[in-house]
Ligand binder design. Structure first.
Ligand code: ATP
Length: 462
C-alpha cells in the first residue's frame, strides 16, 4: 500500500512536523515550504544515502560545493540566458497563467485546453526565462547592467566550471565523476503539488565524465544504477517506471535523456497521468565543457567563447589525444525524493479496537528517529529516570528520543506515524529485572530485552 494522494502526505507532514507552509503566519507564499524537525532529518538522511553511495562507496567520484551565485557569463555560455525558458500562455477567459507544454490538447482541433475553465481561448505562447534574477551591490540593474545576477537554476554548471580544478587537484583519469548537493531556483510558471514543483528546491547532481565512445554504455549503467538506488530507499518497483524523452522534449544540451518516473498521482483515473518525473539521467555530450572553453572556434575561425580564460579539454597521456569529455548527468531532487519516499512508505492499518492507524514504513536508515524510549508511568520517578538514562546511552549510536507526553497507546501511534522503527518501553518490572519491552513498528510485536543487550539488539536490526 502507498498513500492514496499527495494531500494525505501534506496533512501528515503538517500534523507531525515534516513540512510546513513557509511564511504561513503571513498567508504563505504558495510554493514555498519549510522543513520541520522530522523533515530536516529525513532530507538529511536521503542526502547522506546519496553521498555515501556515490562519493564514499565508489572510487571514481569526488564531491564539490559550488556557489549559488556565479558570474553571469556562466549562464550566457551555458545557454541558459537564451534557452532556459518555458512557453507561457494566458487563458483569455479565466485569466490563468499556464505552461503550454503541460496542457491537454483537444485531438479534434489540436488546440490546447485551459485546465481551470476548459476554454481554448488562449494567447499566443511567449518564451518565459525561468532563471530567478537578483542584483549584486548597491546599484540597480537600470543604473548598471552588470549588477544583474541569477540564482543558479541547476547545480551542474558549478561542476563544469570547476572541472579542471578538480581534475588537477585530485589527479583523476577518465572516467570519473563530480557530485554536488545544493539549492537550485527556477521561476516556475505553475508551481504546485506541495513540494513536487517549487521555485526553490534542492538538487543532487552528479556529472560523470567519460570518452564519447563510452558514453552510451555508461549512460545505460547509470540508468540501471539509479533505478537500484531508488529501490534501495524502499520505493516499490510498481510505483516506478522509465520514460525515454522524445527529440522535442530534450534539453538544448542533451542527445538522450531517460526519466525515472514515480506514481505521484495514484488517484488519477487515466494510468498515463499518474506518473511524473522523479529524476532525469541525461547524456549532455561534450556540450558544456566545450562552450566554457576558449579553444573551440566557429566556421569563420572566431572563438565561440570570447570571455573564458581556460580550456576545459582533457589530455589522455596513454593515447596522446586531447579532447572534450562527454558527460552523463543523473540529476534528482531531494524534495521530490522525500515526497516519493513518504508516499510509498504510507500505510493504514486497523488495530484490535477497530481504530485506524497510520504507519510510515520508512527504511530504518532513512527514519528521522530510530528509537523512542517511553516510560509506562510518568509519575514514577525511578521509571522516568531509567528511561531518560537509556535514551542518553543510546543517543551516541542512533537518533533516540524520550517521550512521556501521553498514554502508551498514543505514544506508539505517534511513533508509527512518523516512521520510528522501534519503541522501547520502561515499566515497573524493568526496575526489578533491568529489561525493557521493544516494540517493532511494522509487526507491532513486542519482545523483552535486557538493557545490557539493548544497543546491540537495535543496531543489528537498524
Ligand atoms: P520538470 O520537467 O518536472 O520541470 P526538469 O526535467 O526540468 O523537471 P531537471 O532539470 O532534469 O528537471 O532537474 C533534475 C531534477 O530536479 C528533477 O528530476 C526534479 O527531481 C528536480 N526538480 C526540477 N525542477 C524542480 C522544481 N521546480 N521543484 C522541485 N524539484 C525540481
Amino acid at each position: 500500500m502507498s498513500a492514496p494522494n499527495i494531500e494525505t502526505i501534506v496533512s501528515l507532514s503538517k500534523r507531525r512536523g515534516f513540512v510546513f507552509p513557509a511564511s504561513d503566519i503571513y498567508g504563505g507564499l504558495g510554493s514555498s515550504w519549510d522543513y520541520g524537525p522530522l523533515g530536516v532529518e529525513l532530507a538529511n538522511n536521503i542526502k547522506k544515502s546519496w553521498w555515501n553511495w556515490l562519493v564514499y562507496e565508489r572510487d571514481d567520484i569526488e564531491g564539490l560545493d559550488s556557489s549559488i551565485i556565479q558570474n553571469r557569463l556562466v549562464w550566457k555560455y551555458s545557454g541558459h540566458e537564451d534557452t532556459f525558458s518555458d512557453p507561457l500562455v494566458d487563458c483569455r477567459e479565466c485569466k490563468s497563467r499556464l505552461r503550454l507544454d503541460k496542457l491537454e490538447v483537444d485531438p479534434a482541433d489540436s488546440k490546447a485546453v485551459c485546465p481551470n475553465c476548459g476554454s481554448k481561448n488562449l494567447t499566443e505562447p511567449r518564451q518565459f526565462n525561468m532563471m530567478l534574477r537578483t542584483t549584486l551591490g548597491a546599484a540597480s540593474v537600470e543604473e548598471d547592467e552588470s549588477a544583474l545576477a541569477y540564482l543558479r537554476p541547476e547545480t551542474a554548471q558549478g561542476i563544469f566550471t570547476n572541472f579542471k580544478n578538480v581534475l588537477d587537484t585530485s589527479r583523476r583519469k577518465l572516467p570519473f565523476g563530480i557530485a554536488q548537493i545544493g539549492k537550485a531556483f527556477r521561476n516556475e510558471i505553475t508551481p504546485g503539488n506541495f513540494i513536487f514543483r517549487t521555485r526553490e528546491f534542492e538538487q543532487m547532481e552528479m556529472e560523470y565524465f567519460c570518452r564519447a565512445e563510452d558514453a552510451p554504455r555508461i549512460h545505460q549503467e547509470w540508468i540501471d544504477g539509479f533505478s537500484e538506488w531508488i529501490g534501495s530507499l524502499g520505493i516499490s518497483s510498481e510505483n516506478l517506471s522509465l520514460y525515454e524523452q522524445t527529440k522535442e522534449e530534450l534539453a538544448h544540451y542533451a542527445v538522450r535523456t531517460v526519466d525515472i518516473m514515480y506514481r505521484f498521482f495514484p488517484e488519477r483515473e487515466d494510468e498515463d497521468k499518474q506518473w511524473d518525473e522523479l529524476m532525469g539521467i541525461a547524456n549532455r555530450t561534450d556540450y558544456d565543457l566545450r562552450v566554457h572553453s576558449k579553444k573551440p572556434e566557429d566556421a569563420e575561425g572566431k572563438r565561440i567563447n570570447q570571455d573564458t580564460t581556460e580550456d576545459l579539454s582533457y589530455f589522455d597521456p596513454q593515447t596522446n589525444e586531447r579532447f572534450y569529455p562527454y558527460v552523463i548527468e543523473p540529476a534528482i531532487g531531494v524534495n521530490r525524493t522525500l515526497l516519493a519516499i513518504m508516499m510509498d512508505a504510507y500505510e493504514e492499518r486497523t488495530n484490535d479496537k477497530s481504530e485506524k492507524r497510520v504507519i510510515l514504513k520508512l527504511k530504518p536508515e532513512l527514519a528521522p528517529i530510530k528509537v523512542a524510549v517511553l516510560p509506562l508511568a510518568k509519575n514514577k520517578p525511578e521509571i522516568v529516570e531509567m528511561a531518560k538514562r537509556i535514551k542518553h546511552d543510546l543517543q551516541p549510536s542512533m537518533r533516540a528520543v524520550y517521550d512521556d507526553t501521553g498514554g502508551i497507546g498514543k505514544l506508539y501511534a505517534r511513533q508509527d506515524e512518523i516512521g520510528t522503527p522501534f519503541c522501547v518501553t520502561v515499566d515497573h518490572e524493568s526496575l526489578e529485572d533491568n529489561s525493557v519491552t521493544v516494540r517493532n513498528r511494522d509487526t507491532w510485536e513486542q519482545e523483552r530485552i535486557s538493557v545490557d543487550a539493548l544497543k546491540e539488539y537495535l543496531q543489528e536490526r537498524l
